[in-house]
Design a protein around this ligand. Sequence first.
Ligand code: FE2
Ligand code: FE2
Length: 205
Amino acid sequence: MQLIESQTYINLAKAYASETQARTRYEFVEYGMRNEGYKTMAEIVDTIAYQEFNHSRMFYTYLQKASDKPIKNIDIAGGFPFREKWDILNNLRFAADDEHSEARIYIANAKVARKEGFTDIAELFDLTAKVEAFHEKVFLELYAQMKEGTLFKKPAPVVWTCSACGHQAIGTEPWDTCPLCKMKKGCVQLHLETLGTYCPAQPQA
Ligand SMILES: [Fe+2]
Ligand SMILES: [Fe+2]
């Protein structure tokens, strides 16, 4: 079967549309976070947005390989998310939901691709699904910490680091204003187990 005649071709185009939209939505989300002073959270979302860009680049590249001639417009009917507004907490939950459904769709797309004989595209969908499932976990952890008020308040002492100047201190809460560079609390590095940035304070000898 030629890729251009397959369901996988349409699935690649839909996935490209989904990734490019996810990237832009996350730029909106990140913009809102920066506006409200959550600089280090915005940086995490910015990294995810960049990863979505690279997913879209890979799907686009496979579409381009389908023909030596310029690719004609591809008709893709589909439902895409439009729920995010400016509330950070809601946006984190919506993003987690979107990542969850995207991962499920990619797993289904991988099965179709395998059935149609496009093993390398099936592999691409499977690998991307794994990343989206990881993105879901990151968004869920941020959502939980924000909802429970534990972004900057921990039950036990941790190492807090200012991302702007590197100042560090141990405690259950960081500073409101960094004593070294005077940047606000939103610049403090977040503690996320999903990203391996959880830094418990070493027990005192
Ligand atoms: Fe993605
Ligand atoms: Fe993602």
